[in-house]
Design a protein around this ligand. Structure first.
Ligand SMILES: *Cc1c(COP(=O)(O)O)cnc(C)c1O
Length: 486
């Protein structure tokens, strides 16, 4: 039975805490009389024990990286080493006030500075801002910088090119920055169609946003040529770095000719994420864009003292976030990189790719492989054959995986693959887990052949079975209405 709502557990008079009567003189209402409540709010009345049980039970209904295999493509749900949590949680960091004087937080500034230097090395680009709060926010920041760069030269450029395999945040970020979006087709290999790109290049194009490796898990082998074509018409190349986990320490976007990219620290550099946060999406940019980076910037004076500097950058697009960015997440990224070292960073990418290629080779051939190339750190299968033969959809397979204790892969993305299932095992899973996942998929295929209905109703083992996902998204009912008779 599903755990009831805390409101339904309420019993008048139950209390978790009893406060002693106040011994502070009442200074009278601080707010105007007409804004004050007449009656106290009706909150659930429950004992402390009930609150703890309620929340613990709910937490156990969760799938998490620490409890379940979590091959959610594009999201890099890798294991997050506990040492990063411990170090970023030190009181020397958590006790800092954002308005602390620079000289009182030299340690934190030094670490953030060093993180910037490491990200420059990893991306091959000379300028970094740690401010953006997530990947999508990094995209927006860079698009605003592209716009400012062209404005500064007195050029009017209106268009950003986006491949048809792109993540939805790419066109959204470019549109918010004021650009028009033009789509570029993928070819039969799942890579950018260079002829289609050439046909769309002209002096109105400000740039292109390209994910590499792309969302099909394939390396864009023509990325250098793409950069040349764009630069040929004076446009810029933005790399969506969400898939950096595949190439970390192996190859660098700056060396391909990229002008800017974002790094999803919460994906690649191991911060627990999901449910919307927290994250950090630093950006790295080429030399000509450095003057446009956000402020404040961390600068190192001649004596080695670090300063936060707002002034002296007249071309900066200004602030994109309060203070320095999501420092708690950035500290975790720093710890993660320092612990791995240059060699460990490279092995991370190599093992991520090895795991994905091994798992792809083990997956049942009843799924189609829409693009034949060697995958990088993730791969996309298509459930079209199962839909045609047995009326079983990718959604049914994904829900059935929940019954087997596996978090479903990303489904129905990228949009150019029918019945898509995008699988990213990450480097932190061992071979036994990958074999087990492949075996479970094969068992589900066998169920599809024998009894498709069982799959249509899955999951069966969770407290809530198949939810109506459209209603759940469109018809939200988040307000509790008290039954006054009770
Ligand atoms: C996750 C992701 C994004 C967006 O990053 P957020 O940090 O979630 O804002 C953009 N592009 C791709 C390919 C992604 O996987």
């Amino acid at each position: 039975m599903p755990e009831p709502l805390i409101f339904d557990k309420s019993q008048p008079g139950q209390r978790a805490v009893e406060f002693p009567p106040s011994d502070v003189p009442n200074a009278g209402p601080v707010l105007p009389e007409n804004l004050l409540r007449r009656k106290p709010p009706r909150l659930p009345e429950v004992a402390e024990r009930s609150v703890v049980r309620h929340l613990t039970i709910l937490s156990r209904e969760n799938f998490s990286v620490d409890t379940n295999f979590y091959p959610l493509g594009s999201c890099t749900m890798k294991y997050n080493p506990r040492v990063n949590e411990q170090l970023s949680g030190l009181p020397e960091f958590t006790g800092l006030h954002p308005y602390q004087f620079d000289e009182d937080c030299q340690g934190t500034l030094a670490i953030l500075w060093q993180l910037q230097e490491m990200l420059k090395e990893i991306t091959g680009l000379p300028g970094v801002s740690l401010q953006p709060a997530a990947g999508a926010h990094g995209e927006l920041t860079a698009m605003l910088m592209f716009a400012a760069w062209f404005r500064d030269r007195g050029e009017r450029r209106t268009t950003i090119l986006v491949p048809d395999s792109a993540h939805g945040t790419n066109p959204a970020s470019a549109a918010i920055a004021g650009f028009k979006i033009v789509q570029v087709r993928s070819n039969e290999h799942g890579l950018i169609d260079l002829d289609d790109l050439r046909s769309k290049l002209d002096a109105s194009v400000a740039g292109m946003m390209l994910t590499c490796p792309n969302t099909l898990g394939l390396f864009e082998t023509d990325v250098g040529e793409v950069a040349k074509l764009l630069h040929g018409v004076g446009a810029k190349l933005y790399i969506d770095g969400a898939n950096l986990n595949a190439i970390l320490g192996v190859t660098r976007p700056g060396d391909w000719g990229a002008d800017a990219l974002h790094i999803n620290t919460h994906k690649t550099l191991s911060t627990p994420h999901g449910g919307g946060g927290p994250g950090a999406g630093p950006i790295a940019v080429a030399a000509d864009l450095v003057p446009f980076l956000p402020v404040p910037r961390i600068e190192r004076g001649e004596t080695g003292v670090f300063h936060l500097v707002d002034t002296g950058h007249p071309k900066s697009i200004g602030r994109v976030r309060a203070f320095l960015g999501q420092t708690g997440v950035l500290l975790r990224a720093y710890c993660y990189l320092r612990r791995l070292g240059a060699r460990g960073v490279r092995e991370t990418a190599e093992n991520a790719v090895l795991n994905a290629r091994y798992l792809q080779s083990r997956c049942p051939k009843d799924f189609a492989t829409p693009y034949a190339g060697d995958c990088m750190h993730e791969f996309v299968l298509s459930g079209t054959p199962l839909k045609k033969a047995f009326g079983v959809r990718t959604l049914d397979v994904a829900k059935r995986l929940i019954d087997r204790g596996i978090h479903p892969p990303t489904v129905y993305f990228p949009l150019i693959v029918d019945e898509a299932m995008m699988i990213e095992p990450t480097e932190t899973e061992r071979r036994r887990t990958l074999d087990w996942f492949a075996d479970v998929l094969a068992e589900i295929v066998a169920e599809a052949k024998a009894d498709a209905d069982q799959l249509h109703d899955a999951p069966h083992t969770t407290s809530i079975s198949r939810a109506d996902e459209v209603r759940a998204a469109r018809d939200l009912d988040l307000r509790y209405t008290w039954d006054e008779a009770k």
